[in-house]
Design a protein around this ligand. Structure first.
Ligand code: SF4
Length: 298
């Protein structure tokens, strides 16, 4: 495969922090189902700041960086995650990158909120469906006790904005009505946005692109803020007339095959890789870190 440098794009490089410790959910579309998630939690704690410092230095001022905290379910062991936040705060992460986000299903989010101030800018909570029963079916566990309104308020109080996230993994009957109910529900809870993401394993994912383009064409409901269709993603950012933000993102399972350099992964061992499957350590990478390269056919 040949790669050429991309010149014209939305310039943000993602550094994922994969918090070790597994997950309590059983989403049918889990992106970790074919990934080795074995870990040594102490090893991650010992190594991740050094790896983060190294990758931030390598990227330098070539492009802004988004650090995305993910898992498994990052809040599963709240005491452990608090230690990660304390280290990030000591490292003064906020002064070194464009933004820090975290994606969580919300399980123990409330317990770690006090440690997130001045560390995290943005939280995505995986909701998947605004109807609680359907949500429980998708995630595979019971949500009794998760008070989204209160959680979002507590995060807003420390200047962290929160969006609701839904993975679309099959056709949604009467999508437009379902989407609009979802956005209304999210607004009522206090979310700033709803993010619809396409299941990367879905064979019929053209349906998602249809939902995306149809929503863009509803000019009486939405303004189109951004739209991009590149080798590794098809996405748009919309704003409903009442200011609720709506994102559609159709990404790929392994960005490193189609696009190099747009994502780095500090995995559960605390070391930095150039892909989600630990194939290439950043020390062994053959391209210039900080630049983005797209695959082209010979
Ligand atoms: S919450 Fe995330 S990591 Fe856990 S099963 Fe669902 S998709 Fe996988």
């Amino acid at each position: 495969m040949k790669y050429i440098e991309r010149k014209d794009y939305n310039k943000v490089i993602t550094v994922k922090l994969v918090i070790p410790g597994g997950c309590n959910a059983k989403c049918p579309f889990c992106y970790n189902k074919d990934k080795d998630m074995s870990c040594n939690k102490q090893q991650f704690l010992d190594n991740f700041i050094e790896s983060l410092d190294d990758i931030i230095t390598r990227i330098g001022d070539k492009n802004p960086i988004s650090v995305d905290i993910t898992g498994g379910e990052p809040t599963l062991d709240p005491e452990y995650l608090s230690k990660v936040f304390i280290k990030l705060k000591e490292f003064n992460i906020k002064s070194k990158v464009l933004r820090v986000t975290m994606t969580t299903n919300g399980t123990h989010l409330k317990e770690v909120i006090p440690y997130m101030e001045d560390v995290v800018d943005y939280v995505n909570i995986s909701i998947h469906d605004w109807r609680p029963l359907r949500r429980e079916e998708i995630l595979g566990f019971c949500f009794n006790g998760i008070d989204y309104k209160d959680m979002v308020q507590q995060l807003n109080d420390i200047r962290i904005t929160v969006s609701a996230c839904a993975v679309i993994f099959k056709k949604v009957p009467n999508f437009i009505k379902w989407r609009d109910f979802f956005i209304d529900w999210a607004k009522d809870v206090g979310f700033i946005a709803v993010r619809f993401r396409c299941d990367v394993f879905w064979n019929d994912s053209d349906v998602f692109d249809y939902y995306l383009t149809e929503s863009m064409s509803e000019t009486d409901k939405f303004d189109v803020i951004d739209y991009e269709n590149t080798t590794d993603s098809h996405w748009c950012r919309l704003r409903r007339k009442d200011k609720m933000r709506v994102f559609f993102l159709h990404g790929v399972l392994d960005t490193s095959i189609k696009t190099k350099g747009i994502e780095y992964v500090i995995d559960t061992d605390g070391h930095c890789y150039c892909d989600y499957y630990r194939r290439t350590k950043v020390e062994d990478y053959q391209y210039e870190v900080g630049k983005i390269y797209d695959a082209v056919s010979d």
